[in-house]
Design a protein around this ligand. Structure first.
Ligand code: GDP
Ligand code: IMO
Ligand code: MG
Length: 438
């Protein structure tokens, strides 16, 4: 298998966990390259549903080495708990490798994340409050604490002391929150260091050597293209590079070593948190009306669209081909995996947004100015559905009803990227491979 980057092509929760888990056994290494435990990736293990936040979804296979790359921010307490849950399920984490350069989420990062959201009020981003943004802020400001610092008690104490000299006044004077002592942070974090020490590695060197030895790597993205700090709907984004380029900076593997970029797209679109969403079908409780609100509720209920990390009800909308084309470009997608096609069996007809209209202008490319996106009216095409036909048992493209095949082919044409994997249910085997050579 060629080295592959797997990225979310929408606003996250596209089904990256399922697809990573599905193809991971074809690779020697599965590497997370950005984000932290803001991610919630669902994998089905036997008859159990497991939610992974930090652990690469490839952990399910013994032959694939799970790696947490330098671009990830690690909450050590969360990681240790996640490892314990997996071990209790009989899934070994012994092969895990954590980059010595990954940054550590500290208690004050979590406090500041929540407090800043409160301060923003109705303009809040709707973060997961896991401390992701404040941790990346410290990284960019060159004040962060890395995994390698955590492993050295002397350095760790010194760095915590320096950090608290700045954080405590902010916590106390700006947000009216409690402050920390070096001792209480060391008491919590130094035992984490002892547990995680055997897993720390120079992962960039390890991965490059592996590639030289003919081994293959799957780079598992978290979040999605439109949550990318540069290419997403800023400021309603996360604080990392979720697009394919992030796989290089977040692991230390150069772009020429990457052969394939697989974008994960849901057959419709969802979003959690604030920010523009042109095809959103607003729920009745949020002021939505008529058929749109009914369709939005149907997508949510049939698709079980509730956040894996926060439990929030996800915002739902029709497939947006403007976004699909944009994601194809900024990631350089070579293939698409289309997920949750089965959910659309609930509809008589299915809408697809092919362009936006705003102030008398039509946009078939992602608009330059965010204000357009806020006010954009979707231009829809309406396609015939395959209502009430259960497609979860289909295993070849030919087995799908004619209208489902036409829907897939239409999306493929609109974005200009081949759809080589189609998911028709959450289980591993509820999948159609179509030109994805395994
Ligand atoms: P991720 O963050 O991209 O990994 O996605 P999440 O795990 O947050 O959300 C995707 C949800 O859809 C999970 O509950 C999956 O089990 C489920 N899922 C994935 N693919 C399919 C599919 O093809 N059909 C259905 N019905 N559910 C799916
Ligand atoms: P996976 O990997 C969906 C969203 C949050 C918020 C914004 C910023 O499961 O697809 P953050 O806590 O990162 O600072 O929040 O990003 N967000 C996600 N939405 N799926 C995710 O991860 C997300 N991770 C963050 O809801 O709008
Ligand atoms: Mg998710």
């Amino acid at each position: 298998m060629p080295n592959t980057v797997l990225v979310g092509a929408q606003w996250g929760d596209e089904g990256k966990g399922k697809i990573t888990d599905l193809i991971a056994s074809d690779y020697d290494y599965v590497v997370r390259f950005q984000g932290g435990n803001n991610a919630g990736h669902t994998v089905i293990h036997g008859d159990k549903k497991l939610a992974l936040h930090l652990m690469p979804s490839g952990v399910m296979y013994e032959n694939a080495v799970p790696v947490i790359g330098n671009g990830v921010v690690v909450d050590p307490g969360v990681l240790i708990k996640e490892m314990a849950v997996l071990e209790a399920e009989g899934i070994s984490c012994k092969n895990l490798r954590i980059s010595c350069d990954a940054h550590v989420i500290m208690p004050y990062h979590k406090d500041l994340d929540g407090a800043d959201e409160k301060r923003l009020g109705e303009h809040k981003i709707g973060t997961t409050k896991r401390g992701i943004g404040p941790c990346y802020q410290d990284k960019a400001a060159r004040k962060g604490i890395r995994i390698q610092d955590l492993m050295d008690e002397k350095i760790f104490r010194l760095k915590v002391e320096t950090a608290l000299a700045q954080k405590n006044p902010i916590l106390k004077n700006i947000y009216g929150l409690h402050t920390y002592t070096v001792e209480e942070i060391c008491e919590e974090y130094l035992p984490y260091a002892n547990i995680l020490r055997p897993y720390m590695a120079e992962t960039a060197q390890m991965l490059n050597q592996a590639i030289r030895d003919g081994k293959t790597v799957l780079f598992e993205g978290a979040q999605g293209t439109l949550l990318d700090i540069d290419h997403g709907t800023y400021p309603y984004v996360t604080s990392s590079s979720c697009c394919a380029g992030g796989a290089c900076t977040g692991t230390g593997v150069g772009p020429k070593k990457i052969d394939r970029v697989l974008g994960i797209q849901k057959a419709y679109v969802t979003r959690v948190g604030g920010g523009p969403f042109p095809t959103e079908l607003t729920y009745a409780e949020d002021g939505g009306e008529g058929q749109d609100a009914v369709d939005g509720e149907t997508l949510c209920q049939v698709g079980h669209e509730y956040g894996v990390t926060t439990g929030r009800k996800r915002r739902c909308g029709w497939f947006d081909a403007v976004i699909a084309r944009y994601a194809a470009e900024v990631n350089g997608l070579t293939d698409v995996a289309l997920t949750k096609l089965d959910v659309l069996s609930a509809f008589d007809t299915i809408k697809v947004c092919v362009a936006y209209e705003c102030d008398g202008q039509t946009y078939d490319y992602f608009p330059m100015q965010q204000s357009v996106l806020f006010h954009a009216k979707p231009v829809y095409e309406e396609l015939p559905g395959w209502k009430d036909v259960d497609i979860t048992g289909c295993r070849t493209f030919e087995e799908l009803p004619e209208n489902a095949r036409a829907y897939v082919e239409h999306l493929e044409k609109l974005a200009g990227v081949p759809i080589s994997i189609i998911a028709v249910g959450p289980d591993r085997d509820q999948t159609i491979f179509r030109g994805w050579d395994r």
